[in-house]
Design a protein around this ligand. Structure first.
Ligand SMILES: Cc1ncc(C[n+]2csc(CCOP(=O)(O)OP(=O)(O)O)c2C)c(N)n1
Ligand code: SF4
Ligand SMILES: [Mg+2]
Length: 289
């Protein structure tokens, strides 16, 4: 469903971490002075995926786990737009896992925000790929998105935020959006977004988070070292947050849309009149005769 109507009031439970993401997205877009008609948010399926309904921007409610394909499609069709995809840990890391991995490799200049609450909130609190052992009978170890992201050698922007730190989240979203708007590629930001109804982790996560940017020798351009830093933090039972990867300014990486569409007008703005396209069509038909 494509929607560009006035925003609705959020239907989330009071205190849901997703409110922090909503506020930070609004603040970041306003600080960067991005006109609302140039913003598109493709939402996944889940409590988190309804975020576009609460923003006065263009919104698409995607199929479950397929938001990235649609967001990349929007960006390629019209690279002048600022495109966000936003959904949950179930949407992105279960049914959407294949698309998640390919998004890093494709490297289109879009911002993907995953609101990770370690549960399927909308369907009433079942275990998700990021759930801890013991949660709702879960016996599998949790999936670590940041380690996976760091293991893919592509020039992406990779970060994790916490809904308990709205200022920090806004600053990181602003940097990610600037990265996208410069056509430098894919930005992935996972937000630790507690589900107060089925998995209230605010207190636990506040105690456990470790901001990697405050550690000695912090270097977000050194992917290999950062992988080790994050792994050590996870092994010690804590949770890394902050910017984990930021390509060097001297890296002249280009987003997928720059490589495929470049300075040409995107398909959305291409001349599709009959007069312009008829000769090519007739030539094609002639070749089949
Ligand atoms: C194809 C398909 N399979 C399953 C569902 C049921 N379903 C709806 S939302 C959801 C998971 C939601 O969890 P998450 O993505 O973590 O979002 P949250 O609600 O926690 O924000 C599932 C399994 C669905 N809507 N469509
Ligand atoms: S069920 Fe959980 S994730 Fe969904 S709105 Fe409520 S607190 Fe948020
Ligand atoms: Mg979830």
């Amino acid at each position: 469903m494509v929607q560009s109507a006035k925003p609705h009031s959020p239907i989330w439970c009071p205190g849901c971490g997703d409110f922090g993401v909503l506020a930070a997205v609004k603040r970041a877009a306003a600080d960067l002075k991005i006109p609302t008609h140039e913003l598109v948010l493709v939402g996944g399926i889940g409590c988190s995926g309804s975020i576009h309904n609460f923003l006065e921007i263009n919104g698409i409610h995607a199929l479950h786990g397929r938001l990235l394909a649609q967001a990349v499609g929007v960006k390629l069709a019209n690279p002048s737009l600022t495109v966000l995809a936003a959904g949950g840990d179930g949407d992105g890391y279960a049914i959407g896992m294949g698309h998640f991995i390919h998004a890093f490799k494709k490297n289109a200049s879009i911002l993907y925000i995953v609101m990770n609450n370690e549960t399927y909130g909308l369907t009433k609190g079942q275990a998700s790929p990021t759930s801890q052992i013991g949660f709702e009978g879960n016996v599998e170890p949790p999936f670590h998105s940041i380690l996976t992201a760091l293991s893919i050698p592509a020039p992406n922007f990779i970060a994790r935020t916490f809904s308990g730190d709205p200022k920090g989240m806004t600053a990181i979203l602003e940097e990610a959006l600037r990265f996208n708007r410069e056509g430098r590629g894919f930005a992935f930001v996972e937000d630790l977004s507690p589900c107060v109804t089925y998995n209230d982790t605010y207190k636990l996560w506040r105690e456990k988070v470790v901001d990697v940017s405050k550690l000695d020798g912090y270097d977000p351009t050194d992917r290999k070292r950062m992988f080790g830093v994050c792994l050590d933090i996870i092994d010690s039972g804590r949770i890394p947050i902050g910017v984990m990867h930021r390509p060097k300014d001297s890296d002249s990486a280009e987003g997928l849309e720059v490589k495929l569409v470049g300075s040409k007008r995107g398909p959305v703005r291409a001349d599709s009149t009959l007069e312009t396209n008829l000769p090519a069509y007739q030539k094609l038909l002639g070749g089949l005769a």
